[in-house]
Each structure stands twice: as C-alpha cells, then as structure tokens.
Write a protein that binds this ligand. Structure first.
Ligand SMILES: [Zn+2]
Ligand SMILES: [Zn+2]
Length: 389
C-alpha cells in the first residue's frame, strides 16, 4: 500500500510499504477513506519529538471502512464505517476505567522508553514515535487498529467524512481544552492559537457557556476564521496581548486561558524568540513555550490555564511564581478522545457543530509532502489539509 513516511527532519515521502494485517484478536484493519495532517505532525517533521525512525508511517487522524476484524472484536463488522481515535486504549485498565484513555496502561509496547523521558508512560498513539508505541499511522491506504473493540466509533448515518473525521483528534481536543476550564455562564476565555484546535476550543467554549471568547494569533486569515467562530481576534504582532486582555476584561484578566499552540510557539519580541529558538536548536530545551508563559501571566487570579498544545519534554523560564502566588490551576493532557466520541457525534448530528469549517485544502494522499509544506509554511491560507487515499 501507499503510506506517508517520515524520512528524516523536514523530509516526508509517500512510499510503498507492506499492507497491515491482524496481529491480535482485538485488532481490525481499516481501509482509509479520509485522513488529515495535524499541527502535532509538524513537531515530528521538524525533528522535536525523539525516537522517530526513518520509514515510520505518519498520521493519527483517520477514518474509513473496516475490512478485517479479529475474533474478539464483536462490535464491528467488515463494511462498517468508523472514525478512529488517536490514542490507543485497552478499555480495561485503571486509567481506561477512569475514562482517561490517553494514559491507558496497556497500549504502549515501548512503555520503558517513555518512562525514561517522562517517569511513567502514556498510551500508545498512531504514527507518533517509538516512545509512544511505534504504531504505523493513518496517512496511508490502510491501518491496523489495536483494541478495535474499544476505540473506533461507528458512523451509521450518511454524514460525510468531512463532518466526522475530526472526531479522531482535533474536535475532542479543542472541546476538552474548553471543558478543563470549568466555564461558568458568562465567563471570559482566551485561546492562544487560531489553528484548527484553537478554533474548536473557541467553538466549544461558547457551547459550554462562555460569555466572551478571545483568540490570539498572528495570521489575519486564521484570526478571520476565529472571528467567524465567534471570537474577538487579537493579533499579537499588532497589540500587546497582556495589555489588550486586561482592557477587554475590566483589568482583571480572562477567567480561563487555553494554550492551543504548544512547543513551537512564535514570539513578537525578537530577543525572547531567539533565546528559545537557540536553546531548542541546541537541544537544551525541547520547547519554545512562549504561548504558555503568556497564558499564565494573562490569566486572572484564581483562574484556570488549560494546556492542549503539545509539549514533548523540558522547558525553561516557566513562571512558576505567578502560578503559585496567584492561585492558578493548570490542567492538561492529551485528549481522552474515546469519552467524547458519542456526545460530540450527537452534537454534529444535531447541527450544533459543523467541524468541516476548518478544512482549507483537499489533496490526494500522493500529494501529502506538498500538503505538509503548505500547512507548515501557512501557504495559500492553509488551515487544515485532508488527504484522500
Ligand atoms: Zn492531531
Ligand atoms: Zn487501558
């Protein structure tokens, strides 16, 4: 089959690789109909996530048709149409029973490697390094889905792929980012990043009762999308964000701040950006945490900082004093996608959310490398690339 492979830093190629097959009784094989490039794939391509190997198949956002099922997968049949969540979860362990699927204790066969970096291991993730399981990803014609009796959700009506594909990651991730803010009616939420996850965080904050949502980015076309999603846009290259947020909140600061940017943030102050860029390039810190630092400083006393942007390792100049002295709560996690699938599918079906508004480009799988280039360099007003095998 054809698959999108990581071939080194800034090198993505579509190659012929062996077809996946069932390895376990709880596996399924899915023929992929739609798959997407994610902002977190860029961290792999840019070389900031360790333990990626040449030839690894990328992609963790995919859906398609079941073509093979193992004997213990009793809820799926050949021919079913499914969306597959990006974290792989067993459904039976301590974490899964708590609904914390992205920290499943049984799905990462390379847990020992993750423990060295992080102390304990999170769940395995499709197409996301050997430290997180070394599973082949879904930017391909087919994928093997472990624990297929737990993760995939069946799509039984005629909703098009475009409306349900993002249940695999970015819609639940944005939703969880807003949910972690414990929004009370009328509160103000600020979201850093007007990429797809930031846009879904904006939409979700409104659904969960926010009175005002503010979105921070530097690309006018992305800020326009945030505005269409109901946010007040702030361009950090034009305004002082902390000052603007104070002005918009009667001097107090937003009740909750969501970091939907993560480890490769940009910064309007050349000196600070150069500092993080240099330390990251020298691998002395793995992150450029500017959005996170600003989210913490901006948040009102006693507020919540919700981190859904992806981080890989270590950061510095972390404003712990601000967090501690001002009674802030920080909440974070890779999304526990499985627990949001049903409620968010119901909201899509009811017409409360149409996630397809984030799509800017559709390409055949064979053009994945061009998709990565466009997405990474924000060419042609690119917000989200969907690939069709
Ligand atoms: Zn993703
Ligand atoms: Zn589990």
């Amino acid at each position: 089959m054809k698959a999108t492979c990581w071939m080194g830093r800034n090198k993505v190629e579509v190659l012929d690789v062996p077809d996946p097959r069932l390895l376990n009784a709880r596996d399924a094989v899915v023929r992929i109909t739609s798959t997407a490039i994610c902002g977190s794939d860029l961290h792999l391509v840019d070389g900031y996530i360790p333990t990626v190997k040449k030839g690894d198949v990328l992609g963790h956002e995919f859906m398609g048709e079941v073509v093979e099922v193992g004997p213990e997968v009793r809820n799926l049949r050949v021919g079913d149409r499914v969306v597959v969540p990006f974290p792989i979860a067993c459904g039976n362990c301590f974490a899964c029973e708590e609904g914390l699927y992205s920290i499943c204790e049984n799905s990462n066969p390379n847990a020992g490697l993750a423990e060295k970096f992080m102390g304990h291991s999170p769940a395995g993730i499709f197409g996301y390094s050997h430290m997180l399981g070394g599973f082949a990803g879904g930017q391909a014609e087919y994928a093997r889905v472990p624990f297929a009796d737990v993760g995939p959700i069946k799509i039984e009506d005629d909703l098009p792929d475009d409306k349900v594909l993002f249940l695999s990651d970015i819609l639940p991730t944005g939703y969880m980012g807003a949910e972690m803010c414990d929004i009370r009616p009328g509160q103000t939420v600020a979201v850093w990043g007007a990429g797809p996850v930031g846009l879904f965080a904006v939409t979700s904050a409104h659904l969960l009762g926010a009175g005002k949502v503010i979105c921070i980015d530097r690309f006018p076309y992305r800020l326009r999308k945030a505005e269409q999603a109901g946010a007040h846009p702030l361009n950090y290259e034009e305004v002082d964000v902390l000052e603007a947020l104070r002005d918009l909140t009667g001097g107090r600061g937003p009740d909750a701040c969501i970091d939907a940017v993560g480890m490769e943030a940009h910064h309007p102050t050349p000196a600070m950006y150069a500092y993080d860029r240099a330390k990251q390039a020298a691998r002395m810190e793995t992150e450029r945490p500017y959005a996170l630092r600003e989210a913490i400083l901006a948040c009102r006393n006693g507020g919540v900082v919700s981190v859904i942007g992806v981080y890989g390792g270590l950061l510095d100049k972390f404003p712990m004093g601000s967090l501690m002295n001002r009674s802030l709560t920080i909440r974070t996690g890779q999304c526990h996608v499985q627990r949001y699938l049903r409620p968010l599918l119901d909201r899509i079906r009811a017409g409360e959310i149409d996630p397809s508004f984030v799509i800017s480009h559709r390409l055949p799988l064979s053009e994945a490398p061009r998709g990565f280039e466009m997405f990474k360099h924000k060419q042609d007003e690119c917000t989200k690339v969907v690939l069709t095998p």
